[in-house]
Design a protein around this ligand. Structure first.
Ligand code: HEM
Length: 455
């Protein structure tokens, strides 16, 4: 039960550790720390570290927050200011009317009908990757995070903005990687004050200069070329304000391009890495998945229409993103005082919704630490609270690329898995790290073994 409250309410504040206890937890994995907080203090708790954060792990409360959005719950928060250093006023960091206008403009490019035509490009870039993997020498370790980062970058760049970015793919992946850090670290904090000469600020300044150079070059190249490729870049360039008829500012186009490149590649790449990892740890699941792929596809790559006939593939993706949600935390600012679960959350509070914790809530996920794709079978999914599983958030600010990401991840796997067995290099530590994404702290060094030769 939730409600707005007046200023005279005397309800208790949520429980949580003291500042000093919180301080001692710094340096560990923040997702794990927050999960421990949930187990200890329950669905509504308070974290008093450098910021006071209110953590909500009840799906009804989460529904209330995510379905309301601006102006009741906003993104006017420190984390989004840090992200805005790179993303500017793009869709992730924008808010209010300006956000709604941009979302309306971009939504049609992510309609199911449009996205399902991306299957050709996804398969073509995956084929290039497979060709490279076939040429690898036996026992040559490969950095899976780079392989997945590059292919997902190429896919998002080519499908949304045309092939002009392709020649910069590797460099762009490196640049964007610098910008993907935990927003609560001192390094991230100082990016808000770019004149402070920290090593990270100097690095960010260098990569941002290069990023802007590449993105503006592509925008201007497309403007000058006069071609009207029906992609998102064209839509941004030809957009007109509904009342004034003015075109979109160049800086706004830049912000949307950078936002989509950032939001749209590292997330999918992270999901793919964890899926390969889980399959290496659960050979029975891998065998069942290979069997399904063989039966349905008979050695061919899948196209968008095949995916409905590959239910187990989807379940493996969903279950991996339950345990390793690529976006592990979502933040909102409550503009008014609120009551959640009998506790007062003050006006202006920093609210944290953690897919990582919701996905491990024992009321919705029996034996939450177990990896079991059967949880997502139609029988077991029936009646589950829709807000207990939020890899793509929900409500008006739900991920615009969710459909695209799901299709892309499944198509990449459907093509690669029957050809290659991916196994972590023995001894390489696999440990998650919560940055903006929830990714392997030391990357993922793997051996890639061929199941069969290229055809
Ligand atoms: C597995 C892959 C992905 C995951 C797990 C994911 C997850 C999310 C989540 C949780 C949010 C909400 C963030 C918040 O409210 O703070 C979000 C927003 C967003 N995502 Fe994704 N995403 C993925 C892939 C993509 C792709 C492929 C694209 C685009 C090509 C994309 C573009 C965006 C954008 C633009 C937003 C902001 C939407 C808005 O506020 O209107 N994402 N994503």
């Amino acid at each position: 039960m939730t409600m707005n409250i007046g200023s005279r309410a005397t309800l208790p504040r949520p429980p949580g550790p003291s500042f000093w206890q919180a301080l001692r937890a710094y340096g560990g994995d923040p997702a794990v720390t927050m999960h421990q907080l949930f187990l200890r203090y329950g669905e509504v708790s308070r974290w008093r570290g450098l910021f006071t954060i209110y953590l909500l792990n009840n799906p009804d409360h989460v529904r209330q927050i995510l379905s309301q959005a601006h102006p009741e719950f906003t993104k006017h928060l420190y984390d989004y200011r840090v992200l805005a250093q790179a993303m500017g006023k793009g869709l992730v960091t924008n808010d209010g009317d300006a956000w709604a206008r941009q979302r309306r403009l971009m939504q049609p490019m992510f309609h199911h009908k449009v996205v399902s035509t991306f299957d050709q490009a996804i398969n073509a870039y995956t084929r290039l990757l497979a060709t490279r993997w076939h040429a690898l020498k036996a026992h040559q370790p490969v950095a899976l995070e780079r392989e997945m980062g590059r292919v997902t970058f190429q896919i998002v760049a080519a499908t949304l903005f045309g092939s002009e970015i392709d020649e910069h793919a590797s460099e762009m992946v490196d640049i964007l990687d610098v910008l993907n850090i935990n927003t609560k670290t001192p390094a991230a904090f100082f990016t808000l004050y770019p004149w402070v000469p920290t090593a990270h600020n100097r690095h960010v300044k260098r990569v941002m200069g290069r990023l802007n150079y590449i993105v503006y070059k592509i925008i201007n190249g497309r403007r000058g070329s006069g071609t009207a490729t029906p992609d998102l870049m064209n839509r941004l360039l030809s957009a007109r304000d509904e009342t004034t008829g003015a075109g979109m500012e160049e800086a706004q186009i830049r912000d949307e391009v950078v936002t989509l490149l950032l939001a749209g590649h590292e997330t999918s790449a992270t999901a793919l890495q964890w899926i390969f990892y889980m399959l290496s740890q659960y050979p029975d699941v891998e065998a069942q998945l290979l069997h399904e792929l063989e039966q349905v596809l008979c050695g061919n790559p899948a196209c968008a229409g095949d995916l409905v006939r590959l239910p187990y593939l989807k379940q493996v993706v969903q279950e991996t993103m339950r345990l390793y949600p690529p976006i592990w935390g979502i933040a909102r600012r409550a503009t008014h005082a609120q009551v959640f679960g009998g506790f007062e959350i003050p006006a202006g509070a920093y609210i944290s919704i953690l897919p990582y914790c919701l996905h491990r809530h024992p009321d919705y996920w029996p034996e939450p630490a177990q990896f079991d794709p059967e949880r997502f079978s139609p029988q077991q999914s029936q009646g589950r609270h829709a807000y207990a599983y939020l890899p793509f958030a929900a409500g008006p600010r739900t991920c615009i690329g969710a459909g695209m990401a799901m299709m892309e991840i499944q198509l990449v796997l459907a093509q690669l898995l029957p050809q290659f067995r991916v196994r972590p290099v023995p001894g390489h530590p696999i440990e998650p790290l919560a940055t903006v994404t929830y990714r392997p702290r030391h990357g993922m060094q793997v051996f890639i073994e061929k199941r069969k030769e290229a055809h």
